[in-house]
Design a protein. Structure first.
Length: 564
C-alpha cells in the first residue's frame, strides 16, 4: 500500500510504538520452540518465582518466524484447554498483514491451527496489523487493529476467526470489518466483548498526519455479526470527550457492572499530554459519577506519560498501568489505583500512585495483567542506556495488591530478559491457570537498518503452586463388565488448606464415572469408581482429571486405564 509506509512511520506516534508514548522504538524476533510434553501428573513447581520456565520452548523462550522480515506480537489470549494464541502483524515484501499463531502449552506450534500453527490475513484495503485480541465464549477469536486505506488515511480493522484459524464467514465481509471515522488515521488498540456478545473496539480516531495536531478518543460497537450497532454513539461510532486537542486510548476494559473504561492520554500536544481515564455507561454515554463528568486526568507521572491497562478489580476499583516520564528519555513503570468515583485510592502506593525504576536503566510499562490472588503484573521494555535505541530487553515487574513490589519475584520484584543482545520489547502478559506467566512481544534477530524481527515469547515461573494432582497408580487394569476404583491424590503446598474441586474426564468410550460430577474437597485425595461396559474397547485409554482451587489455580493428573 503506497501510503502505509507513510502511515506507519507517522504512527511512530504509536507504531514503533512507544517512541511517541514512552520514548521507545520497537522491533521483534522469534524462532521455533522444540519438543512437546508427555501426559502425566502435574507436579508442584520448584522454580523460583520470576525465573525462566525451562520446560517451555528453548530454556523458557520461543521465537516464531512468519517468513517475512518483521513479525511483531502485541496480544495473548489463553484457551481453556491450555493452548494459547498470540497475535500481531507480519511484514513480507513490503506489505503488513494480520498475523496469529497458536501454541501448545509447552510452546510448540499447534499444527491444527491455520498452516502449521500460523495464520496471516491480508485486508484488501491495504497493510494491517493486530494490536488487540479477545476470545469469545464459543472459542472464536476477535482481533482488532488498523488498516491503511490511502495516504494519511487509515481505519480501525477487525477480523473474527473460527477456532481452527479460518476466517468466520458470518462476521462482516467474509470475516473482516473496517470502521472508518472519516479524515485521518483511526487505530483500535483494545477490544472487549459485552455480555450480549457486542464487540467494543477502542483507540484513537481522527489523528491528523503529518502535523499530529489533533486526535480524539475513539470507540465503536459492533453487533455479533460485525455490523455497526447504530444504538451506540453516532451510527455505532463515538468520539470524545474532547478534553484537549490531542486525545487517545491505549487500553480498555469492561468492569463487572458493565461500565466501559478507556485509558490513554490527553493534552495540548502529545509530548505534553498526561494520562487520562474515561468511564462510560454500558450504552456509551459518559458516567457522570466518575471523575469530572466521566473523565479524570492524572499528572503525577509527568508530561508525555501514557496510561495503559486498565485492570478492573472485583470491588469496582481500577488499577491503571503505564509509563511515567520525567524527561523524554527518563521513563519508568507507573501504576495508579482509583476508587469507584475516580479518586485516587490512598491505600495504594503513595497517595494512590506507584513509579518503579529498573536499576541500571529505564523501563516503559506496556502490558498488564491481574493474577487471581490480586497481585499485578506489568511488562514492557528495559533499556540500559536511555539514549541507545538499538538495544533493549523484555521487562517484567510483579506488585502486591497494595502496590509494593513483590520481593519474592525475580530480583526485588523485577525481571529482565534478553534474546540476542539487540532490540527486544514485551507487549502483553497473561497468567496461565497453573500460575506460570507468559509474556509476548518482539525480538530482533539481525542488526542493521533492515533487521529481521520475530514473534518472541517467554514463560516465567509464577512460584510454587498451591497444589498438584497425581494418580495413586499411573496405570490401572480392569476387565470389561467390572468396576475399578481409582484415587487421585492432592499434594498441597505448605500452608494451603483450601478446597480443591476435582473434575473427572468426560465419559470415555464405554466408561462411566461415579460420581460423574465435580467433587470439592479439603481432603488429601478423591476416589472415583470407573464402570467399564461389556462393549468397551480393549487396550489403553488415557484419562485426565482436572483440579481447580478456589482462586483459580489448575492442576491435572493423567492415568492410563488398561481394559482387558
Amino acid at each position: 500500500m503506497k501510503s502505509r509506509s507513510v502511515q506507519f512511520s507517522m504512527k511512530a506516534a504509536h507504531l514503533r510504538k512507544t517512541i511517541a508514548q514512552c520514548a521507545l522504538t520497537t522491533v521483534l524476533i522469534s524462532s521455533l520452540p522444540v519438543g512437546s510434553k508427555s501426559a502425566g501428573a502435574q507436579t508442584v513447581m520448584t522454580q523460583s518465582a520470576g525465573s525462566l520456565d525451562t520446560s517451555f520452548g528453548n530454556s523458557g523462550k520461543v521465537v516464531t518466524d512468519f517468513g517475512g522480515q518483521i513479525a511483531e506480537a502485541y496480544s495473548i489470549a489463553l484457551q481453556p484447554d491450555g493452548k494459547f494464541i498470540v497475535a500481531g502483524h507480519n511484514t513480507n515484501n513490503g506489505g503488513s498483514a494480520f498475523a496469529l499463531a497458536r501454541y501448545n502449552s509447552d510452546g510448540s506450534l499447534d499444527s491444527s491451527f491455520g498452516a502449521a500453527g500460523k495464520v496471516t490475513t491480508v485486508f484488501p484495503q491495504g497493510e494491517s496489523e493486530i494490536l488487540a485480541m479477545v476470545l469469545q465464549q464459543d472459542g472464536k477469536i476477535v482481533a482488532a487493529g488498523d488498516v491503511g486505506v490511502s495516504a494519511n488515511h487509515g481505519a480501525m480493522a477487525v477480523a473474527r476467526y473460527n477456532a481452527d484459524g479460518t476466517l468466520d464467514s458470518g462476521f462482516g465481509s467474509s470475516g473482516e470489518v473496517t470502521v472508518d471515522f472519516g479524515t485521518g488515521i483511526h487505530t483500535a488498540y483494545a477490544v472487549a466483548i459485552q455480555t450480549d456478545g457486542s464487540i467494543i473496539i477502542a483507540g484513537t480516531a481522527l489523528l491528523i498526519f503529518p502535523d499530529l495536531g489533533s486526535s480524539q478518543f475513539g470507540l465503536a460497537r459492533l453487533s455479533p455479526n460485525g455490523t455497526l450497532d447504530f444504538s451506540f454513539g453516532n451510527g455505532g461510532m463515538a468520539t470524545g470527550p474532547s478534553i484537549s486537542p490531542v486525545n487517545g486510548f491505549r487500553g480498555f476494559t469492561i468492569q463487572p457492572d458493565g461500565k466501559l473504561v478507556g485509558s490513554g492520554y490527553s493534552g495540548a500536544t502529545r509530548s505534553s499530554a498526561h494520562w487520562a481515564v474515561v468511564r462510560y455507561n454500558p450504552n456509551g454515554t459518559l458516567d457522570a459519577g466518575f471523575g469530572v463528568g466521566g473523565v479524570l486526568t492524572t499528572d503525577s507521572f509527568g508530561p508525555g506519560a501514557t496510561a495503559r491497562g486498565p485492570l478492573a478489580l472485583g470491588d469496582g476499583k481500577l488499577v491503571v498501568t503505564g509509563t511515567s516520564l520525567t524527561t523524554p528519555i527518563n521513563y519508568n513503570f507507573a501504576l495508579a489505583r482509583y476508587n469507584v468515583d475516580g479518586t485516587l485510592d490512598p491505600t495504594f502506593g503513595i497517595g494512590g500512585v506507584v513509579t518503579t525504576s529498573f536499576p541500571g536503566g529505564v523501563a516503559a510499562g506496556i502490558g498488564a495483567e491481574l493474577q487471581a490472588d490480586g497481585r499485578i503484573l506489568v511488562t514492557g521494555s528495559f533499556r540500559s542506556s536511555p539514549s541507545d535505541s538499538n538495544t533493549s530487553d523484555f521487562a517484567l515487574a510483579r506488585y502486591n495488591p497494595d502496590g509494593s513490589l513483590d520481593q519474592g519475584f525475580g530480583t526485588g520484584g523485577l525481571v529482565t530478559t534478553d534474546f540476542n543482545g539487540l532490540f527486544d520489547e514485551a507487549w502483553a502478559v497473561a497468567v496461565q491457570p497453573d500460575g506460570n506467566i507468559l509474556v509476548a512481544g518482539e525480538a530482533q534477530k539481525t542488526p542493521g537498518p533492515n533487521p529481521t524481527i520475530y514473534f518472541a515469547l517467554v514463560r516465567y515461573s509464577g512460584g510454587s503452586a498451591l497444589f498438584s494432582l497425581a494418580p495413586a497408580a499411573a496405570t490401572v487394569t480392569g476387565n470389561r463388565g467390572t468396576k475399578v476404583k481409582v484415587t487421585i491424590s492432592i499434594n498441597r503446598s505448605v500452608g494451603f488448606t483450601g478446597s480443591v474441586t476435582i473434575t473427572p474426564p468426560d465419559s470415555a468410550q464405554g466408561i462411566k464415572f461415579k460420581p460423574p460430577d465435580p467433587v470439592a474437597t479439603t481432603d488429601s485425595s478423591v476416589a472415583f469408581k470407573l464402570k467399564i461396559s461389556g462393549s468397551a474397547p480393549t487396550g489403553l485409554q488415557q484419562l485426565t482429571f482436572i483440579g481447580r482451587s478456589d482462586d483459580g489455580q489448575v492442576s491435572t493428573a493423567t492415568l492410563t486405564l488398561n481394559i482387558q
